[in-house]
Design a protein around this ligand. Sequence first.
Ligand SMILES: [Zn+2]
Length: 344
Amino acid sequence: MTNYYNKDLYKILEINYDATEEDIKHAYRTLVRKYHPDVAKNVDSLIFKEIQEAYEILSNEESRKKYDVLHRFYKEKIKNEFQKKSEKSKYDEFMKKRKQPQNQESFSKSINEALDSLFHSKKQEFKSKEDNIIINGEDINLDITLSCFEAANGTNRKVNILHTQPCPNCKGRKFINGAECSMCKGTGVISLQKKINVKIPKGVMQGSKIRVKKEGNKGLNGGRDGDLFLIVKIEKNPYFDTEGMNILVNLPITPCEAVLGCEIPINITDEVIRVKIPPLTSSGQKLKLAGMGIFNKSKTKRGDMIITIYIKLPASLSEREKELYTELSKYPDKNIRKDFNNAK
Ligand SMILES: [Zn+2]
C-alpha cells in the first residue's frame, strides 16, 4: 500500500488504537468473513484489499510502530500547514473538500510532497524551517471499563499506553553527524509503551472523560505534551446498572421476605445502605432512595438509587420446607386472579 500512513488503518479494521495482537487477528477474521469477495458479491473488492493491507501492517509489531509514527506525523503535518497559513475557516474548507473524492488525487499529491520533504530529503542535517516546527503532542483517548462499584466509589487503575516521544538518541533531530538516526530511522520520534497509575475519582458516569495531564503523545521542538483521556465504560451485571447519576438495583428477595418484609444491606457505594422492604411486596415493585446514587463532578448533587424487587424462588426445597408450603397452600388467596379474569 503506498502512502498507507495517510489512512487510519485502525478505523479500517474497526479496532481501538491500543488493540492487542489478538484483537487485530480477531477483527481481521471477522471482516474477512464479512467482506471476502466470495461472500460479499456486491461489495467493492477494494474494501477487501484495504482490509488485507491494513492487517498486514498492523499485525507486524515493527511495521505497526512505524505506521503509528508516520500517521501521527501526517496528521500533525496537515494541522500545522493549515494553521500556519490561514485561519480556521480555510482549514475547515480544506477538510470539507478533502472528503469529496474528486479532490482526493490532488490532495494526496500535495500531502505526498509535504511528507517527502519531511522524511526523504537529502541525507544531511535539516536546515529548513520545517525542522523547527513546533509540534504539539496529540491527546490519546483510551476506553476504560469499570464496575458499577468502582464508578460510584472511585479506584486506582494501572493503564498501559502507547505514546510517541522525541527520539532519545538524536533528541528528535532525525540525523546524527549527517547520517540518519538508526534508532528512530530518521523520524525523530519513537513509540513507547508506558504503564501509569491513574486515580479514578468517585462518581464517574458512563461516558465520563478522565483527563490525565501530559500523558498523551510528547510534543516536538518545544510543543506542548498531549493529554491522556480515559473514557469510562461501566460494566453491566444483572444486579447493578447506572443511568446518569442514578444507580439501578435489581434486588432478589425470598418469598418469605416478600411476605413478611425485611431489611437488606446494600453496599454499592462506600456506605452501607439498609433498605427496608415492607411486608407484602410484589415482584417488579420499585423503591426509590432519593439522594443515594452517584455524585456529580462538583459533589453538589447526587442521583437516586432505584431498586426493583424481584422474588427469587429457592433452587430446591427440603422436606420440612415442602411441608410448610403445603400447609400454607391450605389458605389460598381467593382474590389473586380477580383482576386478571376481569381483564378480557
Ligand atoms: Zn533518532
